[in-house]
Design a protein around this ligand. Structure first.
Ligand SMILES: Nc1ncnc2c1ncn2[C@@H]1O[C@H](COP(=O)(O)OP(=O)(O)OP(=O)(O)O)[C@@H](O)[C@H]1O
Ligand SMILES: [Mg+2]
Length: 498
């Protein structure tokens, strides 16, 4: 390999066909005279634009048809020409400088073209050099050169993370891997599970219970997730009424009075609340507004008067001091019930954090735009983060996440995207260089992830996510799965992507 050109923070390197380099690989350009080296990452591989190659091709094409006889090439020039025709141009991004064993994030100098040696930098060495995944390791998979990659659980601590990629590329699988990794290190995790895919995290593939079984609590609304009305704070019920059920302010004021009245009388039950609204002395429109919200609360079946069947979320959170996860299964809930449940859960988490019942909560939210209210997005990245709520958003529609969230994200785990709009949305993340992201992500095979940000100390690394022995529930139910008749072998052979 040979250093060829530099423009901004992009370097171009010539590479010969025999040299094995892939997109995403790291190279070390050692300037032997200056005694320092530059670390660059290959973000694109093109054919080198050698003058005369086009003419050579045309000559070969026209010669193929007509000329007969033997090639006479005593100096073996044709092999050299072929070599030149296949020469590649590696487009690389500068990532830092290595001098006397120290790494600096500086690319302001220029290595010599004549005295430099370019060679591949194994990811394993890079990772050791920058200290990725040393303290609290979570094993995520294998790098392109076959070494194991671990990231540090502490690089997710206090952070905002995004996992995105197109459908079926392995986002939820990766997110489960992070959830279990965090539990291993004693963290408390809450998952807002839109499709009911995390409910079997406590079971191995063969159906037996795994070591996480005891610390994973699955809560399913309408089944085992009911809360006692008398245990809810007024502030949380108000948030549900105003934000999830759109109660206007005047009616909300009246509801507060009713609630306080019932609280004083120690009659905070569903039945008494209904009766109080019915008999309350107020404007008929206010009563109607309150009544319709009351029915929405009843219909959600989240609330109960029976303390024996009620769940106390803060107690469960408080009991997970050695690591554990609460999975909120939202799979069979209507969109409006979902909003009520999420508002309740987030309210309770906030309260538990404020009272130090739990030190911090890692929240995993799948397709959050379907249930998170508008004002929560900013709240989650600012205020709640200081309280100890650290969120990971998982989505296959990157444009449902606001640009400000991308800009603030500390870690972004990217799976394959090909759609230009999606690529544009993710390239806005400040952690990432747009060219690197677009070029690498477009070619990622399924189950491969480009990790950006704190977890890899800002050295983007491609990893093949490891399989896990857990029961998966994310399968889409198919109609034709069992009914496909055997057909003769297709005349067209299609290579399956690995
Ligand atoms: N690294 C992996 N190794 C083995 N199997 C995997 C891996 N990643 C994902 N899978 C499997 O591939 C399938 C799809 O993965 P997953 O459900 O995580 O995709 P997804 O990106 O979340 O899809 P969707 O966009 O539909 O939510 C699942 O059956 C999962 O078990
Ligand atoms: Mg998924």
């Amino acid at each position: 390999m040979k250093l060829y050109k530099k423009a901004g923070n992009t370097l171009q390197i010539l590479s010969f066909p025999s040299e094995d380099v892939e997109k995403g690989s790291y190279l070390l350009i050692e300037d032997l005279k200056a005694g320092r080296s530059m670390i660059v990452q290959v973000v694109d591989i093109q054919f080198a634009n050698v003058p005369g190659v086009m003419e050579e091709f045309l000559r070969e094409l026209s010669a193929e048809d007509r000329v007969e006889g033997e090639d006479f090439d005593p100096l073996d020039i044709s092999s050299h020409i072929l070599y030149v025709q296949d020469t590649r141009l590696l487009v690389c991004k500068i990532h830092g400088t290595l001098e006397n064993g120290f790494l600096r994030f500086d690319g302001s100098w220029l290595p010599s073209r004549t005295h430099s040696r370019v060679r591949r930098l194994p990811v394993k060495r890079l990772v050791e050099m920058v200290g990725v995944g040393r303290r609290l390791p979570i094993q995520v998979g294998e790098t392109m050169d076959g070494s194991r990659l671990t990231i540090d659980a502490s690089s997710l601590d206090g952070k905002l993370n995004i996992i995105t990629g197109k459908k079926g590329t392995g986002k939820s699988h990766f997110s489960k891997l992070l959830v279990l990794g965090l539990i291993d290190h004693g963290a408390t995790v809450v998952v807002l599970d839109l499709n009911g895919e995390y409910v079997n995290l406590g079971f191995a593939r063969d159906g037996s219970r795994n070591r996480y079984h005891k610390v994973i609590k699955v809560l399913k609304p309408r089944e085992n997730f009911k809360v006692a009305l008398s245990q809810i704070d007024l502030s949380i019920i108000m948030r549900i009424l105003i934000h999830s059920l759109g109660l206007p302010e005047t009616s909300a004021r009246e509801f507060r009075r009713i609630w306080r009245f019932l609280e004083e009388k120690r009659r905070l039950t569903l039945h008494d609340l209904g009766e109080a609204i019915k008999n309350w002395n107020c404007n008929v429109h206010v009563r109607d507004a309150l009544y319709s919200r009351y029915y929405a609360l009843l219909r959600s079946e989240l609330f109960t008067d029976n303390l024996a069947e009620a769940v106390f979320l803060e107690r469960i959170l408080g009991g997970m001091k050695r690591g554990g996860a609460i999975i909120i299964d939202l799979s069979d809930t209507s969109p409006s019930d979902r909003k009520i449940i999420v508002e309740y859960v987030l309210g309770k988490i906030q309260k538990a954090l404020a009272q130090w019942r739990v030190r911090a909560v890692f929240l995993f939210a799948e397709e959050a735009h379907l249930y998170l209210r508008e004002t929560y997005w900013d709240d989650i990245i600012t205020r709640m983060r200081h309280f100890g709520l650290f969120t990971t958003f998982i989505t296959n529609q990157p444009n449902t996440i606001k640009e400000s969230i991308y800009r603030q994200a500390d870690n972004i785990f990217l799976f394959n995207f090909v759609n230009e709009h999606d690529l544009e949305a993710i390239s806005r993340a400040s952690r990432a260089d747009a060219e690197t992201v677009i070029s690498i992500v477009r070619d990622l095979p399924p189950h491969h992830c480009l990790i950006l940000g704190e977890a890899v100390k800002d050295f983007p690394i491609v990893v093949k996510v490891r399989p896990m022995d857990i029961q998966t529930m994310g399968h889409t139910r198919l109609f034709f799965e069992d009914n496909i008749p055997k057909v003769h072998e297709s005349p067209i052979k299609v290579h399956e992507a690995s």
